[in-house]
Ligand binder design. Structure first.
Ligand SMILES: *[C@@H]1O[C@H](CO)[C@@H](O)[C@H](O)[C@H]1NC(C)=O
Length: 372
């Protein structure tokens, strides 16, 4: 985007638009209307550090105003503060703290196959740590289970933020929790919704060991090689190639899409130029597991879709937004289709996302179906 280019030059905008979480200390709810107004009125071309400083300043100002019952600062005072912050940002003080160093990237890949009912299922996965300072926050599950005469295949991507505790917890527990629901064999969608909710409650009650972080989730369960149940919260996505059609099996829960529910709960959605929409100026998705500090304004109920897997179903992709930010559904399917080996396909997808300069953690699972 041309505007973004200019801004980068002028303000040295160093944060990536990719970062899922925009970090500043949690703001008491009573200040949110004030912040809301301020963010909107000042959403000029600010760099990240400038915005953080401005928000903190505003917060301190509001506290002092409330405590002393003093007159709120007049417009020229705010303008003056703003000008100083601009100078500081321009010439010294904020650079570096938020810049991303390209830490050595690490990667993980693998594959597996099984016959499920009348369908041969094979999968491959590829996960690449992004160019961020923190450890990998994408986790995956790819597993076949035979239980009580049912064939089950599980696939999932969990994209964490503010730490890896929550996605790691989901990797260990979410599928078990789904299977633990009695209803799973009769009404899988209801079982999945209940299990998502119980899992989120468990995460929130594990204080303080799971920390402040959160995670998106996309889960796909194939029952007896014939029924595919896909659920998601957040912006991890799944697409299915069946016949000549590419179906998106998930809903991207971006803050603007869930805006009314966020506002009904007393939160707000920031739409800053050069940045993605964020819940309360912080989180870039409207639904997530965990996220204790934002939970009162977030949802964690999944959207669910089901499709029949028959001889026309060819492949399924699950991936984190590190992939979807740089390619659309059809492009991803085109790349995945090229190789019959799903592991090669998965690696080509993550390699292509890297080539397109995705800075986030990138992870994907490619599943191939073959009726027999
Ligand atoms: C899966 O297949 C087995 C045997 O073919 C059958 O007994 C079972 O009920 C099936 N499960 C579901 C959930 O349809």
């Amino acid at each position: 985007m041309y505007r973004l280019g200019i801004k980068k030059k002028v303000f040295g905008l160093r944060h990536s638009e990719q970062s899922k979480y925009f970090l500043f200390s949690p703001v008491p709810n009573s200040f949110i209307p004030i912040l809301h107004l301020l963010i909107r009125s000042l959403s000029l071309s600010l760099s990240l550090s400038l915005r953080i400083a401005l928000l903190l300043l505003d917060l301190v100002g509001s506290i002092i105003t409330q405590v002393l019952k003093a007159k709120p600062p007049t417009f020229d005072v705010i303008l003056l503060q703003f000008f100083f912050l601009f100078l500081m940002d321009r010439f010294c003080c904020f650079r570096g703290a938020y810049s991303q160093s390209s830490a050595a990237s690490s990667s993980l890949s693998g594959k597996g196959k099984s016959t499920q009912g009348h369908t041969k299922v094979s999968y491959g996965f590829s996960l690449i740590k992004g160019m961020t300072n923190h450890p990998m926050e994408d986790y995956h599950v790819a597993d076949f289970v035979r239980t009580k005469g049912h064939d089950l295949a599980f696939f999932a991507i969990f994209d964490g933020h503010l730490g890896h505790n929550v996605p790691e917890y989901l990797q260990k527990n979410l599928f078990n929790n789904i299977l633990r629901e009695e209803e799973f064999w009769t009404q899988p969608d209801r079982a999945i919704i209940k299990a998502y909710d119980k899992t989120d409650q468990a995460i929130l009650s594990h204080r303080p060991d799971l920390g402040q972080g959160g995670s998106t989730a996309v889960t796909a369960i194939l029952v007896n090689g014939s029924q595919l149940w896909v659920a998601n919260i957040g912006d991890s996505r799944s697409v299915l190639l069946k016949g000549d059609d590419v179906f998106q099996m998930t809903t991207d829960h971006d803050p603007n899409a869930d805006r009314s529910s966020i506002e009904n709960k007393g939160g707000f959605v920031s739409n800053m130029p050069g940045d993605v929409p964020r819940v309360n100026g912080q989180l870039a998705v409207a639904r997530a597991f965990g996220d204790r500090n934002l939970k009162s304004h977030l949802r964690s109920d999944p959207d669910i879709q089901v499709k029949e897997i028959d001889h026309t179903a060819e492949l399924l992709i699950l991936a984190s937004d590190g992939l979807w930010k740089v390619m659309n559904n059809n492009e991803a399917v085109e790349i995945a289709k090229r190789s019959k080996d799903p592991q090669v396909a998965a690696k080509q997808l993550t390699a292509e996302a890297l080539k397109r300069e995705s800075k986030d953690d990138i992870s994907c699972i490619v599943v191939r179906f073959k009726a027999q």
